[in-house]
Design a protein around this ligand. Structure first.
Ligand code: GLU
Length: 493
């Protein structure tokens, strides 16, 4: 943890869709790395693919990043010393860099047509040439002739000159170790298309170099691009950063995560009611661990203790049950007031039960106290609270009635409960007093506690699973409790 660190990292999404779990995890690692190093976290929008990038996607990605709580120090909306932070605003920079490489003899214009390239490829295949990439036809052109053809308007691409004697290109990856690629296998690949747009491998390196990026942390689907990017660094005369390629996230079936596995975009999880802190905690653990065992890692700990050494190179498996468990831990750790404002009231409102003003603060606080331990997702709270909002005619679950109420003798129990509760003074209508009033009845009536309270519970809550009975009755209020007991008498045996 060096506060004077000059670590500079970037998250560079392409706005071709929403922010997905994999991208979010990459963003979290970059953010946590920057924070733990006292460095700078940059957000850059890689929108050079004009057919698939949209401003709307950019807006949605930024919104998802904010929900995740991953604040960036430089980026398209906050600015910074290395702007622009949108690649479409940098086209002249890429053009200039490519032209400079051409002028220095490190890149060249290529006039090969698509047909020519495909004929060359077929010929290489036919003669069983181990190298079937671009045959470097235009590398031999006289630069002045090439320039004249460009000036005359002939369509061309710009290709990088991979030095023929380069030998292996070794990626010193912080996660995968050294990975060697044979430079002979690398094409003189295109850095500028004939339509005047830069390719990903070129634009990324021009930006990473000019932004002083020290560590590139990204998905390992980009590992095979890295030797080409190293070639660009070398041509530009810029130092290559440290690379850290993180594993893919897979579904439980071992296949790449997709819609088939459930929600994939960050905002779908937000909309389901996941807490941002819990979600970030869970995603951080998909491929990284603090010490091999700690599972609850608050954001502040992540921001101070993250390190690339503990990033695994094995694919991570998305486990919705574990995510729910982490969420539950964060809900349990919430104080009741936060639970009321952030989970309970929004859930009641979303379920159309309560706009948040139907009761006083003490009522919501009591409800929070009994529901918090029973809530993972906000809808759990609404589901468990809805019996409180059904007036006298609470929906009665038929099976529960058959099992607990429509039995010989139950009518007398419900009458006894009604009478004992009627005797509780209005101003002492609290869970303790309510429990104290009912407690002696099973013995007096000569029945078991479980059966007695089971019948009362179904009469009051409609089914056999409800939050604690005393508190539930306090919340229902005396009048409703008495009326619900009265209403079930005709059903009792
Ligand atoms: N825009 C690229 C992507 O979204 C960035 C890859 C990189 O980090 O270099 O995959």
């Amino acid at each position: 943890m060096a506060s004077d660190s000059c670590a500079r990292v970037r998250f560079a999404p392409s706005p071709t869709g929403k922010l997905h779990i994999g991208g979010a995890r990459t963003a979290i690692y970059n953010w946590a790395f920057a924070r733990s190093m006292g460095g700078t976290f940059i957000l850059r929008i890689d929108d050079t693919d004009p057919t698939r990038s949209t401003d709307e996607n950019t807006r949605v990605i930024l919104r998802a990043m904010r929900w995740l709580g991953l604040d960036w120090d430089e980026g398209p909306d906050v600015g910074g010393v290395c702007g622009p932070y949108r690649q479409t605003e940098c086209l002249p920079l890429y053009r200039e860099a490519a032209e400079r490489l051409v002028a220095e003899g490190k890149a060249y214009y290529c006039f090969c047509s698509a047909e020519k390239l495909s004929q060359d490829h077929d010929a290489a295949v036919a003669r069983k040439d181990p190298f079937q990439g671009y045959q470097r036809t235009c590398r031999a052109l006289d630069p002045c002739d090439a320039r004249a053809r460009v000036d005359a308007g002939e369509p061309c691409t710009i290709r990088i000159k991979v030095p023929l004697d380069r030998g292996d290109v070794v990626v010193h990856d912080a996660v995968h170790g050294d990975v060697a690629f044979n430079a002979k296998e690398l094409d003189d690949f295109i850095i500028f298309r004939s339509d005047g747009t830069p390719t990903y491998n070129f634009a990324t390196v021009v930006d990473d170099a000019r932004m002083g990026i020290t560590h590139v942390i990204r998905g390992d689907d980009h590992l095979s691009n890295t030797p080409r990017q190293i070639m660009v660094y070398e041509a530009l005369g810029a130092p290559a950063p440290t690379f850290a390629h993180i594993s893919m996230i897979l579904g439980a079936d071992g296949k790449k995560l997709s819609k088939r596995h459930g929600a994939t975009s960050v905002e779908e999880y937000r909309d389901q009611g996941f807490l941002s802190d819990a979600f970030v905690n869970y995603l951080a653990l998909l491929g990284w661990s603090l010490d091999g065992e700690t599972t609850i890692i608050p954001r502040a700990v992540l921001a101070s203790r993250f390190s690339l050494e503990h990033v695994s190179k094995n694919p991570a498996i998305m486990d919705p049950e574990k995510l729910s468990w982490v969420q539950q831990q964060y809900v349990l750790a919430m104080d009741d007031t936060t639970f009321v404002t952030d989970i309970l009231k929004p859930a009641l409102a979303a379920a159309g039960l309560d706009d948040g003003s139907m009761h006083d603060d003490a009522w919501y606080a009591l409800l929070a106290a009994i529901l918090k331990p029973r809530t993972t997702m906000p809808h759990d709270a609404a589901d468990k609270a809805c019996f409180l909002y059904e007036g006298v005619e609470v929906a009665l679950d038929e099976k529960s009635v058959a099992k607990n109420i429509a039995k010989e003798g139950v009518r007398s129990w419900l009458e006894a409960a009604r009478d004992a509760l009627a005797a509780v003074a209005d101003d002492t209508w609290k869970a303790d007093a309510i429990n104290a009033a009912l407690e002696p009845l099973p013995e007096v009536l000569g029945t078991g506690k479980r059966r007695f309270f089971g019948a009362v519970r179904v009469a009051l809550c409609g089914n056999q699973v409800s939050p604690p009975l005393g508190e539930s009755m306090e919340l229902l209020g005396k009048d409703i409790v008495l009326a619900r007991l009265e209403r079930t008498l005709p059903l009792a045996g």
